[in-house]
Write a protein that binds this ligand. Structure first.
Ligand SMILES: [Zn+2]
Length: 151
């Protein structure tokens, strides 16, 4: 029996994208196979900007990002211990975050980007700066493009 239109979910073990200083590896990304390419599981759930939204809002990921404070002079506060950074020194580092868009299809992001280490609690923190979030989004797009994943 030949079942047409039966779409099986497969997992792409490791796909990579890069933009400027940001490199992202996506592990176990769920897709549908479609001839020689792949398709996103849902048109509206796996776009780079929505994945980024999810990254910022996922429980357990919240403590890896610094939040800004103050209107005139932006300050960064460690979300884990509330330490206020007077100066920021970044180093390239890697952080791993789990993205849970649909419980059964969660996947991981390994993000290599400039980060700060909290002087008080030693947590690695991504700065939620415009330039870095833009880079992360573009790196995700790059990974999808290279892997021929389309809508
Ligand atoms: Zn801290």
């Amino acid at each position: 029996m030949n079942i047409k239109n039966k779409k099986e979910i497969i997992r792409l073990k490791s796909i990579q994208g890069q933009e400027n200083k940001c490199q992202i590896t996506i592990r176990d990304f769920p897709v549908h196979k479609h001839r020689e390419s792949y398709k996103f599981l849902h048109r509206n759930k796996y776009s780079p900007d929505l994945i980024m939204d999810k990254l910022w809002s996922c429980k357990g990921n919240d403590s890896i990002f610094t939040s800004t404070k103050g209107f005139i002079k932006k300050k960064y506060k460690c979300p884990a211990c509330s330490f206020i950074f007077e100066t920021i020194h970044t180093n390239d580092d890697v952080i791993i975050a789990e993205i849970n868009i649909e419980a059964e299809n969660c996947f991981k992001l390994e993000i290599s980007i400039p980060m700060v280490v909290c002087k008080s609690c030693n947590k690695k923190l991504i700065l939620r700066k415009r330039e870095f979030t833009d880079q992360m989004e573009l790196a995700l797009s790059d990974a999808f493009e290279k892997s021929k994943i389309t809508y």
